[in-house]
Design a protein around this ligand. Structure first.
Ligand code: FE2
Length: 403
């Protein structure tokens, strides 16, 4: 059938059991059954062939998808392996209507698909609308336009929280300012998003200079750029560091967009990049109560071969177990990357003040700090971690209202 049959007013939405927005795309202008698929055309010229089994599997009627849990009920294993052709029509409101003929053991079944929902799924290679990569790489110049939100707006308004989560998504870090200096505030902030991820350092940790430290962060020494806990198979995705007091001299914080640096390394020194992406090395933390070890590459890549996860932390790098012939090459590559990571051109420096909090993507943005003198005043930060799943979930839910 063709566009003539379509009403001109805005199409009604079909409930697809999907809470992410899918309305507002172009109208469907044509639909026909062809060679075991339904061929669709939208008003902007997009065309797609949806296989019959895919369509039957994604039927959103109350028998096929639970109306409350939105989970799939239809079981394709119960259906014939080859489906008979359905009768294909476009409804007056622009939805795709399929009527599946009766087949052995099954009555006639009707499926209705929203045009916008199908449009989002028209190209299997199109980015998933739930998971669009919005990362914006940055250098030290970001100091002129820091992603920062007000603590009160973050805690008490959905817009404040959503803006902050979107900044965190884009830049891999975001600041909060004008918060209280009560101990435990970092947990209250984390609970505004989800719930803290506990580690061997506890539900939260106190970054203060201690007499008997089990970690470099608990001393006054300078910390080279690093990610936390690369010795875990699943390191924490995000870190929150909340400043309660900072009267000591020194101790400026640093952040470096490790993914931007990894991209630059790939351009400038492809051999070093190859070595760091292909060579798995050991990371390990040990104290009286724990011995946590993981072996992985310094630069981990996604399915497209792009850098996605960094494991750079020099003080918990364990024994280098590599064939002798690879050792010099590894050290050369590691030094090259390290040199770029500490380059001032890539490094954002700032002083975290009491009542301020920095949050960052622990697997993307490396953090560090300058040495400080604990004899000149008190310095006390509290930190905790959050899972990416919770952060992205919170962002998606808030974005439903703004889409
Ligand atoms: Fe750290």
């Amino acid at each position: 059938m063709t566009a003539e049959a379509l009403a001109t007013e805005q199409p009604d939405n079909v409930d697809m059991g999907e809470l992410a927005p899918y309305a507002g795309g172009p109208r469907l202008t044509d639909a026909e059954s062809r060679h075991g698929a339904v061929s669709l055309t939208w008003a902007d010229g997009t065309r797609a062939d949806f296989p019959l089994m895919w369509l039957r599997d994604h039927c959103a009627c109350a028998q096929c998808r639970h109306p409350r849990t939105r989970e799939r009920l239809v079981r394709i294993i119960d259906l014939p392996e080859t489906l008979p052709e359905p009768a294909v029509t476009l409804t007056a409101s622009g939805a795709l209507h399929l009527e599946w003929p009766a087949m052995s053991g099954f009555n006639v079944h009707e499926s209705l698909f929203d045009a916008g929902w199908l449009y989002q799924r028209a190209d299997a290679y199109r980015a998933d609308p739930l998971d669009v990569d919005r990362k914006i790489p940055w250098t030290s110049a970001i100091a002129d336009a820091l992603p920062v939100a007000d603590h009160h707006a973050f805690m008490h308004t959905e817009a404040g929280l959503c803006d902050w989560l979107q900044a965190l998504d884009r830049y891999g870090f975001a600041l909060l300012r004008n918060g209280p200096t009560e101990p435990g505030e970092v947990i209250r902030v984390a609970e505004r998003v989800g719930w803290p991820r506990e580690t061997n350092f506890g539900r939260h940790f106190d970054v203060v200079s201690m007499p008997d430290p089990n970690n470099a962060a608990y001393t006054a020494v300078a910390l080279e750029p690093h990610v936390d806990l690369p010795n875990w198979q699943r390191p924490p995705d995000f870190q929150l560091l909340y400043c309660l007091a900072n009267e000591a001299e020194g101790g400026e914080s640093t952040l470096t967009d490790g993914l931007a640096v990894a991209w630059a390394l790939r351009d400038r020194d492809p051999d070093a990049y190859r070595i760091l992406t292909e060579t798995r090395i050991d990371f390990r933390f040990q104290d009286e109560n724990a011995d946590i070890h993981y072996r992985g590459p310094v630069i981990g890549c996604d399915d497209n071969g792009n850098p996605s996860v960094l494991r750079f932390n020099n003080w918990i790098r364990d024994t280098l177990r590599l064939p002798a012939a690879e050792v010099d090459g590894f050290y050369r590559a590691y030094r090259r990357f390290w040199g770029m990571l500490r380059d001032p051109a890539w490094t954002l420096r700032f002083m975290l003040r009491p009542g301020e909090m920095i949050a960052f993507d622990n697997l993307r943005v490396l953090h560090g700090r300058d040495t400080f003198d604990p004899n000149t005043g008190h310095r006390h930060l509290q930190g905790t971690y959050l899972d990416r799943d919770l952060i992205r979930s919170r962002q998606r839910v808030l974005e439903r209202a703004t889409a």
